[in-house]
Structures are given as structure tokens and as C-alpha cells.
Unconditional design. Structure first.
Length: 274
């Protein structure tokens, strides 16, 4: 990963007008972010601000760069051979690509929930306790409290409290995804990233996850990638529309979905392409 410059490498070709954060302060700031996979440029000058304790949705057609941007927020792209980032991403004012930054500590602050539920092949209890154990928690009573608290915050405790020692893979798909959310919450993150968390779920499970997101936003900053326009409109406070690696429009979801400023945004959300 190449060292980042103090200032963005170049101006964004089509500057995005960032609305002032109506509630709360800026948690994440991206300035002139470019991401390359070898010679292919996946992101082009992305500039936006994500508010604390809000739900920000990233939308756009497949291959537009939204998941690449999401993974850049906790440096998951570091794991991709040939990937490099130019520009600046800050969380609470700290450059998360600064030389010597503790990436393990960053991923504790910024958790990730993936598209398909991915419980570990172990018990429900051990799935939730895994992260705290990695970070040094050994006391059995403390682990039990963390497991219960995390499952309660993920709205799953009542369904699994009598199944804690049973395999997590025996749970339903919707339960497995909430388990994965609980596993992220167990290490007390500040930001929760969700990469199409409902795409593999049935409508009822999707509704449960959406309800959960609304509750979690009271204590966490949530960034979600979704192909579901209705979902983005229902759950998010602000939305960014990506197209061919560029951020075309960003702003309050209520305005973006009703009176988009850019014709390309309107064409996408009305189904003319994508």
C-alpha cells in the first residue's frame, strides 16, 4: 500500500456538494480517494462525509465501486494483491492509512458484516466470544455477559438463549446474519459496515435486519451497501450514488430519492438502467 499524500492527488472531476450534517458530527471523511487494482482504477476521486450515529447507504449498479469504497473504510482491500489507495480517509480526524497504523485495532473500531451469513463452525456462544477472546478477554463471567449483551443488541437473545452451546450453522439464514451482527458488536466497534446484508435473506428476515439497523443507529455509525432502492430509502439517513467508480450524488436520502440533482441518479433509481 503506497503512502498517502497529505492532500488529494487531484480534484474530483465533478465536485459533489456535501450538505451540512444536520444531526451529529462527521465520523468518517474521505477526500479525493482513488483505489486501483493493479492498472484498473476502481474508484475515482471519492469525496464525502459520513455522519456519526446515522445510516449511510451506498447504491449503484454492480461494479460501480461501492463495495470497494466500503472495504476501504476498514482496509479490507489491503488483502487484495495489487490493490492500492491514494487520497485520504479519516475516522475522527485520524488518517486510517497512516504509516504504522494498527490495522487490527482499526478493524476492531470498524466492523464488517458480509453479504452472506458466515458463522464460524462452532457454537453460538463461541461465535460471539471469539472476538473478545482474540482481544484478551479470558474471564468466563465477563465473556458470558458480552455474549448475552451482544445477542440482545442484535435482537437474537430470546431466540437462542437456550441454544448457546449448539452449532451456529444450525440457525436459520436470518438468525445467522443477526448472529454475525452480534459477533461484530461483541468487540464494541464504533462503525458497522454492511455489504448487502439482506441479499441472501427472505423478506421477513430482511425486515428484522432493517428494524435492527434503526435501533443500532442510536449507538453506532452504520454504512450499508445495497442494490435494493426501497431498502436504502427506508433505512438510511443519507445516500451516495456510485457509477463507474465515481460518486455522482450524495445527500439526504429523502431528497435523493424524490428530487435527485443529477439525471443519472434519477435514471438509476427509476429503473432506466442498472
Amino acid at each position: 500500500m503506497e503512502k498517502l499524500m497529505a492532500e488529494p492527488r487531484r480534484a474530483f472531476q465533478q465536485p459533489v456538494s456535501l450538505p451540512p450534517a444536520p444531526d451529529g458530527r462527521v465520523k468518517i471523511a474521505a477526500r479525493g480517494v482513488d483505489v486501483f487494482y493493479d492498472r484498473f482504477q476502481a474508484l475515482k476521486g471519492i469525496t464525502l462525509e459520513i455522519r456519526e450515529k446515522a445510516i449511510t447507504a451506498l447504491i449503484g449498479p454492480s461494479g460501480c465501486g461501492k463495495s470497494t469504497f466500503l472495504r476501504a473504510l476498514n482496509r479490507m482491500n489491503d488483502l487484495v494483491p495489487g490493490a492500492r489507495l491514494e487520497g485520504v480517509i479519516q475516522i475522527d480526524g485520524d488518517d486510517i492509512y497512516a504509516p504504522g497504523l494498527d490495522v487490527v485495532a482499526l478493524r476492531k473500531r470498524v466492523g464488517m458484516v458480509f453479504q452472506a451469513p458466515n458463522p464460524f463452525p462452532m457454537s453460538v456462544f463461541d461465535n460471539i466470544a471469539y472476538g473478545p477472546r482474540v482481544h484478551g478477554v479470558r474471564d468466563k463471567h465477563q465473556l458470558a455477559e458480552i455474549v448475552e449483551s451482544s445477542l440482545q443488541r442484535a435482537a437474537l437473545w430470546d431466540e437462542v438463549k437456550d441454544k448457546l452451546r449448539e452449532p451456529a450453522l444450525a440457525l436459520s439464514g436470518g438468525q445467522q446474519q443477526r448472529l454475525c451482527i452480534a459477533r461484530v458488536l461483541a468487540v464494541e466497534p464504533e462503525v458497522v459496515l454492511m455489504d448487502e446484508p439482506c441479499s441472501a435473506l427472505d423478506p421477513i428476515s430482511t425486515l428484522r435486519i432493517e428494524e435492527l439497523m434503526r435501533v443500532l443507529r442510536e449507538n453506532y455509525t452504520i454504512v450499508i451497501v445495497t442494490h435494493n432502492m426501497q431498502q436504502a430509502a427506508r433505512v438510511s439517513d443519507e445516500t451516495g450514488f456510485f457509477l463507474m467508480g465515481e460518486l455522482i450524488e450524495f445527500g439526504p436520502s429523502s431528497g435523493l430519492f424524490t428530487t435527485p440533482r443529477d439525471r443519472r441518479t434519477e435514471d438509476y433509481i427509476t429503473g432506466r438502467f442498472g
